[in-house]
Design a protein around this ligand. Structure first.
Ligand code: SAM
Length: 305
């Protein structure tokens, strides 16, 4: 059941899309001083060593962050994301990759709160260790007080269930990231059920769901089900780096579905996605699709390999 380890996939094209969008959602929240809460229901290990046995097994980062590392022409939102990854690799060599908890912790402010859920016994241990190291590093530099304590809390619990007790956040401002492994069919169903419940508790929250774009019916149905949820607005962006592989192995496409997105996100993605498709394309089937609840959608033509 809990066999998924994100280290095998760290820094791949799907992480690029997910973490770039996550950072931009937080930048938007940062525009107002009022505090907000970030809830990451499936946190993973927090930081990944790209030279580990797991990460190098299929070197999936070669389809993602590696392709952006040396580029000097990054659009602003991509530069923001790559800058965050580079900041954790001060030697200039790409060695560590930040997971969603680390991305969030770096972008949120002193007054904001981060709540992390993770079920895997190894992943939660690494996650806690990583936040302890962050604390020690910050203290050594005379920077802000401990990352843990009130500001960041980690729970070994089911993130779908744990979310309920946190909504609505006291400040009534919040972002929820839902990023399950989807190794079991139930994850698709639980995403929809969880969001249905969450919207009743906190209708104005922003919810970001990462999902794999696969042929299996659950994957194809998920965005359609999310569009029917009673949120005020939604945005769906998918990034395909190439045609599905004949053996079905190796993820080529993924999506981020946002409920109650900031109004700035669609225009930003319309600018960034063509560049990203070109930078990450693996063959001529590479493309993006951007749809919004107001009915406006954009799609790229197949980009040239
Ligand atoms: N969000 C992370 C990131 O972007 O860096 C990656 C998360 S990974 C795709 C999914 C994680 O969810 C795995 O570490 C897995 O152990 C954990 N997990 C699986 N089912 C869970 C559940 N019901 N509640 C909390 N964590 C769960």
């Amino acid at each position: 059941m809990l066999s998924y380890r994100h280290a095998f996939h760290a820094g791949n094209h799907a992480d690029v899309l997910k973490h770039m969008v996550l950072i931009q959602l937080l930048r938007y929240l940062n525009q107002k001083d009022a505090p907000y809460m970030v809830i990451d229901t499936h946190a993973g290990a927090g930081v990944y060593a790209l030279d580990s046995e797991q990460a190098t097994k299929n070197a999936e980062f070669d389809t993602g962050i590696s392709r952006l590392w040396e580029r000097a022409d990054l659009p602003e939102a991509v530069a923001d994301y790559v800058g965050l990854v580079k900041a954790m690799n001060p030697s200039g060599k790409m060695r560590y990759y930040p997971g969603s908890p680390y991305c969030a912790e770096k972008v949120m402010r002193e007054q904001d709160r981060l709540r992390l859920f993770e079920l895997h016994p190894n992943e939660i241990k690494i996650l806690c260790d990583n936040f302890e190291k962050l604390d020690a590093h910050a203290a050594a530099q005379g920077q802000r007080p401990a990352a843990r304590g009130k500001r960041v809390m980690v729970q070994k619990a089911d993130g779908f269930d744990g979310l309920k007790a946190l909504l609505p956040p006291p400040s009534r401002r919040g972002l929820v990231l839902i990023d399950p492994p989807y190794e079991v069919k139930q994850d698709y169903r639980r995403v929809v059920e969880t969001l249905n419940d969450a919207l009743k508790r906190f209708a104005t929250g922003t919810y970001a769901v990462w999902y794999p774009v696969l042929q299996r019916p659950e994957s194809r149905q998920l965005p359609e089900q999310l569009k029917r949820l009673p949120a005020k607005d939604w945005l769906n962006v998918t990034l395909s780096t190439g045609a599905p592989q004949p053996d079905g192995l190796g993820l080529r496409s993924s999506g981020m579905f946002i409920l109650n997105p900031p109004w700035t996100l669609a225009p930003l993605l319309r600018q960034v996605m063509p560049w990203l498709v070109d930078a990450l394309k693996q063959d001529t089937a590479a493309r993006f699709v951007l749809e919004t609840g107001e009915g406006g959608s954009s799609a790229s033509p197949s980009s040239e390999a």
